[in-house]
Write a protein that binds this ligand. Structure first.
Ligand code: UFG
Length: 321
C-alpha cells in the first residue's frame, strides 16, 4: 500500500513516514518546508516539495497512492489568533483541495490529524468525542471545520475517514537514520521548553493560580510513537461512507509542575523556572476519554511520561549548563 503523508517533514509526519517505511508501506511525502525540515524527510520516501494549496503539487503527490494520512497544517494557536486567514487557507482550503484531488483520482481513504483544540474549554473532563465542540481559537476552529468537511465527504462520496483528535503529543522517534524530534520555531510546547531551561533563561510556567491540586495546568500527554501506531491501525479500519472521530491521549493528566519534576529526574538537576501570568486561551485541565480508541481501534498507549521526557532529552541532546 502506498500512503501519502502530508506534512511529512514535520515533527509528527516525519516520524510517521519513517515508521510506515519500516513497516513495509510505500510512502510519498508532500511538504512545502514552510515549518518542516528537509533533513527530516525519510530516506526511501518519494518527496514532493509543494503546498496543499498548489493543486498540481497535490495531484503529483497523489500518483499511485492508496490512502492519505493528512498531517500538513499550520499549528500555532497564538499565530492563529493573530493571522486567522493563514489557518483558514492552509488548514481548511488546503484540505478542500486535497479532497478534490483525491476525488478526481478515486482515492477514498484518509486519516486526519484533528485536535483537542476542537473542544475548547471543556465543561467537564475526561473529554469524550461527544463532548461539546466550542474552539477558543482559529486553529481549533479550522480543525473542527475539516472534521465537518470529512463527515460530509464520507456521506456524499463514499470515502472512509478517521479524524484523530490529539491531546498533547510529546517524545521523539529513533528511526534507522537518527532521531526525529520536535524542532519548532518558536518552540511553544512544554516538554522541550522544560528541557531547554537554564538559570539565565528559566522555564516560564504560565500561571500557578489554576483550580488544580498544585495550581498549575493539567494536560494529557501521549508519546508520538503511540500516536503514530493509532494512525497505522486507523488505515486498516477505514469504512467507505463513514467518518469516525477518535480521541488520542493517555487518558490521564499531569500538571506542569509534575512534568517539571519528571524532567528534573531525567536530567539529574533542578529545572529553573519562574511563574508568569497565564497564557491567554489556556484551559485549566484537558484529559481525554480514550475508550473509543481502545474499543474501535484496539489501541492503547504504552509509553509513559518518563519515556516521553527521556526520549525528548536524548533526541534534543540538550547540554547541561
Ligand atoms: N506551558 C508552560 N510554559 C511553557 C509552555 C507551556 O507553562 O513554556 C504550559 C501551558 O500553559 C499548558 C501546558 O504547559 O498548560 C502545555 O502547553 P503546550 O503549549 O505544550 O500544549 P497546549 O496544551 O497548549 O497545546 C496542545 C497542542 C496544541 C493544541 C492544544 C489544544 O500542542 O496543538 O493542545 O488545547 F491546540
Amino acid at each position: 500500500m502506498r500512503v501519502l503523508v502530508t506534512g511529512g517533514a514535520g515533527y509528527i509526519g516525519s516520524a510517521a513516514a519513517a515508521i510506515l517505511l519500516e513497516r513495509g508501506y510505500e510512502v510519498t511525502i508532500l511538504d512545502d518546508l514552510s515549518t518542516g525540515h528537509s533533513e527530516l524527510v525519510a530516506p526511501g520516501a518519494k518527496f514532493v516539495d509543494g503546498s496543499l494549496l498548489q493543486k498540481a503539487a497535490v495531484d503529483s503527490a497523489l500518483e499511485g497512492v492508496d490512502a492519505v494520512i493528512h498531517f500538513g497544517a499550520k499549528s500555532l494557536v497564538g499565530e492563529s489568533v493573530q493571522k486567522p486567514e493563514i489557518y483558514w487557507n492552509t488548514n481548511v482550503n488546503g484540505t478542500r483541495i486535497l479532497l478534490e484531488a483525491m476525488r478526481e483520482k478515486g482515492i477514498k481513504k484518509i486519516v486526519f490529524s484533528s485536535s483537542a483544540a476542537t473542544y475548547g474549554e471543556p465543561k467537564s473532563v475526561p473529554i469524550t468525542e461527544g463532548s461539546e465542540t466550542k474552539p477558543t481559537n482559529p486553529y481549533g476552529a479550522s480543525k473542527l471545520a475539516v472534521d465537518y468537511m470529512l463527515t460530509s465527504e464520507a456521506i456524499a462520496h463514499e470515502i472512509g475517514a478517521i479524524s484523530l483528535r490529539y491531546f498533547n503529543v510529546a517524545g521523539a522517534y529513533k528511526s534507522q537514520s537518527g532521531w526525529l524530534t520536535e524542532n519548532h520555531n518558536p518552540e511553544t510546547h512544554l516538554i522541550p521548553n522544560v528541557l531547554k531551561a537554564t538559570s539565565d533563561n528559566p522555564l516560564k510556567i504560565f500561571g500557578a493560580d489554576w483550580p488544580t491540586a498544585d495550581k498549575t495546568c493539567i494536560r494529557d500527554y501521549v508519546h508520538v510513537v503511540d500516536l503514530i501506531d493509532a494512525h497505522i491501525i486507523s488505515l486498516e479500519k477505514l469504512i467507505a461512507g463513514k467518518h469516525e472521530i477518535i480521541n488520542l491521549g493517555c487518558g490521564s493528566g499531569y500538571s506542569v509542575k509534575q512534568v517539571v519534576d519528571a524532567a528534573a529526574k531525567t536530567v539529574g538537576r533542578e529545572i529553573p523556572f519562574v511563574v508568569t501570568d497565564r497564557r491567554p486561551g489556556d484551559p485549566a485541565v484537558l484529559i481525554a476519554d480514550i475508550s473509543k480508541a481502545k474499543n474501535y481501534l484496539g489501541w492503547a498507549p504504552t509509553r509513559d511520561l518518563a519515556v516521553m521526557v527521556s526520549d525528548t532529552w536524548e533526541s534534543q541532546n540538550v547540554s547541561n549548563k
